[in-house]
Design a protein around this ligand. Structure first.
Ligand SMILES: [Mg+2]
Length: 276
């Protein structure tokens, strides 16, 4: 049996010690996390369900230093809200829209159809409502800025991809200093939504295609990409990327990713790149 290494994220020494004993491992203290090295077999899901800290496995055959591009979802990943739901609230159509959003994020509805449906419900909504949501409701998730800054200072390109309205993607991209983005262009007439999408909806396949396009643009292999998301529509891009992260992810996503962040901030991911 070769040695396996676990990351116990955060600063909870007692829990890290308990986990180390549990899997007969050797505990190592790092700057913002702990590592446990063990030679016995263990079930990571058991450890996760018995401890309220983030626990992930380091894949020793994966070269984390070779990551050159981050592609992240926006709603409920980089930011704490679903922007389209907040726009709906702003214009008094919350009940009609948020139920469809939740079903789509769980993977129970075709994403493209669900987006068109939600947008058609919002027909007539004024674009001022976007600004209201951005100014008063939109909050970055914990660690988002730190993570982006970390990637930027390590020459890792950053990209935002959103199945939502591009107005928010443009502003969040700018706020965080992200390099590039892709999101849904929606038709606006006389300052109001017409309820129509311009071009194709950014669905799960389009998110994966975006990674392909960026890899071609930056001359990278998908293995050099870290993809971060929370919803079912992030699944396809996760399959493509070398490293995939479910941030407070839906069950379907957690089952299919390399890394789970369920308690800590997005900057927990920096632990994977910590050399000392
Ligand atoms: Mg999302």
């Amino acid at each position: 049996m070769t040695t396996q290494t676990l990351i116990v994220h955060g600063h909870d020494l007692k829990t890290a010690e308990k986990i180390a004993i549990n899997i007969m491992g050797e505990l190592e203290t790092r700057k913002n996390h702990f590592r446990v090295h063990t030679r016995i077999n263990f079930e990571i899901e058991n450890l996760r369900s018995n401890n309220i800290v983030d626990i992930n496995i380091i894949n020793h055959s994966f070269n984390y230093d070779d990551i050159k591009l981050m592609v992240s979802d926006m709603d409920s990943t980089l930011i704490s809200i679903e922007t389209i739901d907040e726009v709906a609230k702003e214009v008094g159509l919350s009940n009609e829209v948020s139920l469809i959003t939740e079903e789509a994020m769980q993977g129970h509805l075709d994403f493209s159809e669900s987006f068109k449906k939600r947008l058609s419900i919002l027909k007539g909504a004024r674009t001022e409502s976007f600004n209201e949501v951005y100014e008063n409701k939109l909050k970055l998730n914990p660690g988002a800025r730190e993570l982006i800054n970390f990637f930027k200072s390590n020459s890792i390109k950053t990209a935002l991809v959103s199945g939502g309205i591009n107005y928010f993607a443009v502003r969040v991209k700018k706020q965080l200093g992200i390099d590039t983005y892709r999101a849904n262009e929606v038709e606006i007439n006389n300052g109001a939504l017409t309820g129509e999408v311009v071009g194709h909806v950014v669905d799960a396949q389009a998110k994966a295609k975006y990674i392909d396009d960026l890899c071609e643009h930056y001359d990278l292999d998908p293995n050099q990409v870290i993809a971060i998301g929370d919803g079912a529509n992030d699944l396809e891009m996760m399959k493509l990327a070398g490293l995939s992260v479910a941030y407070r992810g839906k069950p379907i996503l957690k089952k299919n990713c390399n890394i789970q962040i369920n308690y800590g901030g997005l900057d927990s991911l920096i632990d994977f790149f910590d050399k000392f």
